[in-house]
Design a protein around this ligand. Structure first.
Ligand code: FAD
Ligand code: FES
Ligand code: FES
Length: 486
């Protein structure tokens, strides 16, 4: 058992004992005089606080941009973190810094350190290219009020063809350091402001939670971080599961894809894309690169939010949730986990171990649609996810329609499903299902949408599913004798 958290800040070895388990990395850095990392929103939205975190994953270095404002410093155990101060100097700038100067990528400069860190991380991303969409995706989590994004994107592209940076020469050193840091010890740190446990194995995690069922599980902290920075909550005992080796697994079999509890959306995305391409496109729009680099798939489920994007998609896909309490394990259809607003079927001391997405049969049609005010990095007003199978005669033999944003939990549209099952997938059936949706949900009006908007969108997404799975508006108009254009 180790009684301190250990990591590298730049080239400095840091050992912290007695620390507040929810002290954010941003506060810690700024209190140490590392003020290049800025605080903009303090809730993961603006990217001004972006830092570069390097971890060892199966003997390979993985470089990720993360938001320091919602990352607890305790979560850095075993990692090396770089801030803007570590990147380059005026005499020897990092290629990204040089390109930002040459392309006039900065005005007031407040967002600039965050952009530069995201850009430095992008250069280290396997498969990164100068493709506009890919770059937009990498930088969607950084907001700038004054420069406009074009010069920043130009700087990103320019820096991609620049030579190596200082990190390339350091790979062997960093690998050696991180190998030493990751000693396989459980970490237990207690101080005046609370206790931190970082279990080294899943069995230690299970025991810890049985003994301390009141403890707060933290995976990526992209939800919990906001309880602290915005809700001013003090968590007395944090159990950080991000580095539990058994929970870092992704397993693909002929039957399904099992994503364990510490796997992030960024890591799971290619595997989900292979199974459900439409779900992967939604994941691309879940938060930002920085958020997806920390946010876990299972945290998105465990959090139980009615507007989380993963749960409706995974319910529609027929997912099974796996839970563990001590040595006892149980599994349930994912939808059964969500009981009421803020209430899930999870007993004290129990934790989500994994979620399994079944491999869809070849003739399955699956679509997911996210409606949000801003296209990138915005919470959904409504998310509709639809799964359907039809037999050779075109009769619907299996259907799951799941929505987020329409009720107090992610929920299936039972009446609409009943209107579809056993029917031919045609305009009359669509109309019946659209009408039935009105009985399935009584959505709220809030800052994201009115109840009317939500009800209308929920029905219209079903129409979109119909159009896409039956040949589109052109084919529909041709069938109904309408004009062959829309
Ligand atoms: C800027 C920003 C944008 C976002 N955009 C989106 C979005 O577009 N769509 C969306 O769906 N979400 C979004 N989120 C929310 C968040 O990123 C997701 O819900 C994320 O997947 C949560 O995972 P996490 O690992 O960070 O969970 P954490 O914050 O670590 O935990 C979340 C909750 O789950 C519990 N928990 C975590 N793991 C377990 C476990 N294994 N067993 C039991 N309980 C557990 C925690 O105790 C806590 O209650 C956004 C968040 C931010 C900050
Ligand atoms: S301060 Fe805005 S994302 Fe951290
Ligand atoms: S340069 Fe001013 S916010 Fe980006």
């Amino acid at each position: 058992m180790r009684q301190a958290v250990q990591f590298y800040l730049g080239d400095e070895h840091c050992t912290l004992s007695g620390l507040n388990p929810t002290l954010t990395l941003l506060d810690w850095l700024r209190d140490r005089g590392k003020t290049g990392t800025k605080e903009g929103c303090n809730e993961g939205d603006c990217g001004a606080c972006t830092v570069l975190v390097v971890r060892l994953d199966q003997d390979r270095l993985v470089w990720r941009a993360v938001n320091a404002c919602i990352q607890f410093v305790s979560m850095l155990d075993g990692a090396q973190v770089y801030t803007i101060e570590d990147l380059g100097t005026p005499d020897a700038p990092h290629p990204v810094q040089a390109a930002m100067v040459e392309q006039h990528g900065s005005q007031c400069g407040f967002c600039t350190p965050g952009f530069v860190m995201s850009m430095a991380a992008y250069r280290k991303t396997p498969g990164a290219t100068v493709d506009d969409a890919q770059i937009d995706d990498a930088l969607a989590g950084n907001l700038c009020r004054c420069t406009g994004y074009a010069p920043i994107v130009r700087a990103m592209k320019q820096s991609m063809s620049a030579g190596p940076d200082r990190f390339d020469a350091q790979v062997a050193t960093i690998t050696e350091r991180l190998t030493t840091l990751n000693d396989g010890e459980t970490v237990q740190v207690s101080g005046a402001e609370g206790t931190l446990t970082i279990p080294a194995t899943v069995d230690v995690l299970a025991d810890t939670l049985v003994q301390h069922p009141e403890a707060t599980i933290v995976a990526g902290a992209t939800d919990v971080g906001l309880w602290v920075t915005k809700g001013m909550k003090q968590l007395r005992h944090v159990v950080s599961i991000g580095r539990v080796p058994e929970l870092r697994k992704i397993e693909r079999t002929d039957e399904g894809l099992t994503i364990s509890a510490a796997v992030t959306y960024q890591e799971a995305k290619p595997f989900i894309a292979d199974l459900l391409p439409d779900a992967a496109e939604m994941i691309r729009r879940l938060g930002s690169t920085q958020v997806r680099n920390s946010a876990t798939v299972c945290g998105n489920i465990a959090n139980g939010s009615p507007i989380g994007d993963g749960p409706p998609m995974f319910i529609a896909a027929g997912a099974t949730l796996h839970l563990r309490l001590g040595n006892e394990r149980r599994s349930m259809p994912l939808e059964a986990y969500f009981i009421a607003y803020g209430k899930q079927d999870r007993r004290p001391g129990e934790f989500v171990e994994a979620v399994t997405l079944p491999v869809p049969e070849k003739d399955v049609q699956f679509r997911a649609y996210k409606i949000s005010k801003r296209f990138d990095q915005d919470i959904s007003a409504v998310l509709g996810a639809f799964f359907m199978r039809r037999n050779a005669d075109g009769i619907i033999t299996s259907v799951r329609l799941a929505y987020g944003g329409m009720a107090a939990t992610p929920k299936r549209a039972a009446n609409a499903e009943a209107a579809l099952l056993g029917r031919r997938w045609d305009e009359a059936t669509l109309d019946a299902a659209r009408a039935a949706i009105a009985q399935d949900f009584t959505p709220l009006t809030d800052m994201r949408a009115t109840d009317w908007y939500r009800r209308t969108v929920a029905a219209n997404l079903l129409t979109r599913f119909f159009e896409e799975t039956t040949g589109g508006p052109q084919a529909r108009l041709a069938r109904t004798g309408g004009l062959a254009h829309v």
